[in-house]
Write a protein that binds this ligand. Structure first.
Ligand SMILES: CC(C)(COP(=O)(O)OP(=O)(O)OC[C@H]1O[C@@H](n2cnc3c(N)ncnc32)[C@H](O)[C@@H]1OP(=O)(O)O)[C@@H](O)C(=O)NCCC(=O)NCCS
Length: 183
């Protein structure tokens, strides 16, 4: 695995998007996403009600990067607006695997941005970072997110039933994974 990316952050680009390192300046973005019931519809998290919760989330991300367990990007349109964030986490340097996660603000859904973003982060994960296995955990009703990963070749592996609890209910989580056959 290419450990340099924990120190020399990789700024990524696609036709319509560019990805920059998630910093303290993005706490407002983390709060916007995580305080919206619409954004969190399929995510097992109680909506944030205080900005301090977003600060705590950022601090956990920052710690994860320092411990070489996570990489987080802010997603921006080429025109400059920030539209969400994405990351690799549960990174295991020994077995070369990582989980992928992403969230876009609702105003930007349905425009193909998630597909474009996930393709780039998957290419980075497999080709530059050196991962052998990448996976996403998706609530089974989150059809848009399932479609995003399936279009990139991620395969359904199974569903953990009632594995998370938030918002006074249990959540199932399905696993979609991609293997790099060449590494
Ligand atoms: C899930 C999410 C990232 C999708 O973002 P998006 O930019 O709207 O997705 P895209 O436009 O790139 O593509 C979604 C695909 O799913 C399809 N889709 C959307 N809603 C669907 C539905 N209800 N049923 C089936 N397919 C659906 C779209 O048609 C598109 O497929 P296509 O490329 O073949 O046309 C976005 O809704 C989001 O951020 N949600 C909140 C956070 C979240 O759930 N993150 C994922 C956690 S696992």
């Amino acid at each position: 695995m290419n450990e340099k990316y924990f120190l020399e952050f990789a700024e990524l680009k696609t036709e319509r998007l560019y990805f920059t390192k998630l910093t303290k300046e993005d706490i407002g973005l983390l709060y916007s996403f995580n305080s919206s019931e619409e954004s969190l519809r399929y995510i097992a998290r109680d909506p944030f009600t205080k900005i301090e919760q977003a600060e705590e989330l950022f601090n956990n991300f920052d710690k994860g990067v320092k411990n070489m367990e996570m990489l987080w990007w802010r997603i921006n349109l080429i025109t400059g607006e920030s539209i969400g964030y994405c990351g690799l986490f549960n990174i295991c340097m020994k077995t070369l695997k990582a989980e992928v996660g992403y969230g876009l603000l609702p105003d930007y859904w349905g425009k193909g941005y998630a597909g474009e973003m996930a393709k780039r982060i998957t290419e980075f994960g497999m080709n530059n970072f050196g991962l052998h296995r990448m996976w996403g955990r998706i609530e089974p009703k989150n059809k848009a997110s399932i479609r995003v990963l399936q279009k990139l070749g991620y395969c359904y592996e199974g569903t953990h039933r009632d594995v998370e609890f938030a918002k006074n209910k249990y959540f199932d989580m399905s696993i979609y994974a991609l293997i790099n056959e060449e590494s």
